[in-house]
Design a protein around this ligand. Structure first.
Ligand SMILES: C[S@@+](CC[C@H](N)C(=O)[O-])C[C@H]1O[C@@H](n2cnc3c(N)ncnc32)[C@H](O)[C@@H]1O
Length: 209
């Protein structure tokens, strides 16, 4: 992982960039998805640690973050968390954990950025126990004109957004993946529909047995 390029400027702005959305709706969504997760919880692409305060029922949080600039902020936030946090320098596509070692795997605003979402989901399934839980909060591809607009802006957006693709069909990827049964799927939009990251999904799923 030594070669991963850090996004120092993006990391520096990230919390301020999201502050209004966190107060407006993201915080409530994180709370609804995360507050009940117990046992060992893997927060993949943990960023600056926005999920940590909501994971208060976990026994242990393993926060996976490949970007050194994000990881530095995560490390500063972790000690204030009421649950023990271990930080792993790793990528979603190659998790350094044993099979069936996690009770829950969390992706929030991450599958838009990981280079290989299919491999990330396969790794999530591998590390999850059979009775484990997958939770996702992601912005996704829209339809019609919005999707065409997302395709147009993606080449520039990913440069300024540290690799973020606004046009990813993450729900389609999850459905096609086939290793998860989707229990709850909510598609929603809390910000104006012309904004490339406005369509979002909130999902809870479990491994197909
Ligand atoms: C938009 S931030 C989201 C951070 C946090 N999950 C949140 O909800 O605020 C996306 C994060 O995914 C991380 N990331 C990028 N590629 C990744 C990969 N291959 N595996 C795991 N995390 C990755 C980035 O470094 C960044 O911290």
């Amino acid at each position: 992982m030594g070669g991963v390029r850090g996004h120092r400027i993006f990391a520096g702005f990230y919390d301020r960039l999201n502050a209004a959305a966190e107060r407006g709706f993201l915080g409530k969504r994180r709370e609804a998805l995360l507050h009940g997760l117990t046992g060992t919880v893997c927060d993949i692409g943990a960023g600056t640690g926005a999920n940590l305060p909501y994971l208060r029922s976990a026994e242990r949080i393993v926060a996976v973050e490949p970007d050194p600039a994000m990881r530095a902020r995560l490390a500063r936030r972790a000690p204030a968390t009421s649950v023990p946090v271990e930080i792993a320098e790793a990528s979603a596509e190659a998790l350094p954990f044993a099979d069936a070692s996690a009770d829950a795997v969390v992706f929030t605003l991450v599958l838009c950025t990981v280079p290989d979402p299919d491999a990330a989901l396969a790794e999530a399934r591998r590390v999850l126990r059979d009775d484990g839980k997958l939770v996702l909060l992601e912005h996704v591809r829209g339809t019609g004109r919005l999707a065409r607009g997302q395709d147009l802006v993606t080449p520039v957006w990913k440069v300024f957004g540290a690799g973020c693709h606004p046009n990813r069909d993450t729900l389609g990827t999850l459905r096609r993946h086939g290793e998860f049964e989707l229990d709850e799927v909510e598609e929603f939009s809390e910000i104006p529909r012309w904004v490339p990251v406005s369509p979002m999904i909130q999902v809870t799923a479990r491994p197909v047995s």
